[in-house]
Design a protein around this ligand. Structure first.
Ligand SMILES: NC(=O)c1ccc[n+]([C@@H]2O[C@H](COP(=O)([O-])OP(=O)(O)OC[C@H]3O[C@@H](n4cnc5c(N)ncnc54)[C@H](OP(=O)(O)O)[C@@H]3O)[C@@H](O)[C@H]2O)c1
Length: 240
């Protein structure tokens, strides 16, 4: 295929869908995934995209997916590990399943997906991997020990892998969003929402486009000397 190909996990809504729109607009062929079926062609009003129903925690499904992509000449140059979940609970009440599910969906999934595609990037001596982390992985959030640990884990994953593959012309970075308006944050209302806004120097939530813009930059030639970084997009919420 002549076009560059981007593979985005969790592309059926929120940040992932916005990233899909931005990359399509920039001329990429877009492969987007979610567990549920999703009409990505309709959502993007384009034929230059493909939806794959895939659970990023299911290694059998992931292995099957690469065979089809090789046969169709659609092996991606850019991987965006965006799919993620929350299962919030104070630590004393956190169930083993809440821990396991969040670590599997947010951290082990990134190992699963990256392992699948990186050998093709190494072979082509070109590629970019962008992991969508969170301000929670940098600051820690009460009620989110599992989520914060999973997102902090992505920072270590990113730095170590970036060192291994930088000489092969592959970049690996994290974007750490703050509070972004999506389904994941739509339950914040009233006093709780005001409390959050008061902590954000910009005094407003971000939107998915803020994240998509940085992802596009990191994937482009303009971003190809940036690697191993965790870049916050959070209205100033976390300042290191
Ligand atoms: N919104 C925020 O304020 C915020 C802040 C910091 C970080 N983030 C991070 O940004 C990313 C996107 O967040 P969002 O707010 O856009 O979330 P969202 O609106 O809840 O969308 C999550 C996407 O991930 C998919 N997904 C979830 N689990 C999956 C799995 N096991 N396998 C495959 N796909 C899966 C969902 O589709 P299905 O349910 O159909 O699978 C959906 O497409 C997440 O990693 C999140 O942690 C978000």
């Amino acid at each position: 295929m002549d076009k560059k190909i981007v593979f985005i996990t969790g592309a059926s809504r929120g940040i992932g869908l916005e990233i899909a729109k931005s990359f399509l607009h920039d001329g990429y062929f877009v492969i987007g995934t979610s567990r549920s079926k999703f009409a990505l062609n309709d959502a993007l009003s384009s034929k230059d995209c493909l939806h794959i129903a895939l659970d990023v925690t299911n290694r059998d499904q992931i292995s099957a997916c690469i065979k089809d992509l090789i046969d169709d000449d659609k092996v991606p140059n850019i991987l965006i590990n965006n799919a993620g979940i929350t299962k919030d609970q104070l630590f004393l009440r956190m169930k083993n399943e809440d821990w396991d599910e969040v670590i599997n969906a947010n951290l082990t999934s990134v190992f699963n997906m990256t392992k699948l595609f990186i050998k093709y990037m190494v072979k082509n001596r070109s590629g970019a991997i962008i992991n969508i982390s969170s301000v929670a992985g940098l600051m820690g959030n009460a009620g989110q020990v599992n989520y914060s640990a999973s997102k902090a884990g992505l920072g270590g994953f990113t730095r170590a892998l970036a060192k291994e593959v930088a000489a092969r012309n592959i970049t690996v970075n994290c974007i750490a969003p703050g509070f972004i308006e999506t389904d994941m944050t739509s339950h914040f209302k009233g006093d709780e929402l005001n409390g959050i806004l008061n902590q954000i120097p910009a005094n407003k939530m971000g939107n998915p486009q803020n994240i998509a813009d940085l992802a596009l930059f990191l994937a482009s030639d303009k971003g190809n000397y940036i690697t191993g970084q965790t870049i916050s997009v959070d209205g100033g919420l976390y300042m290191s």
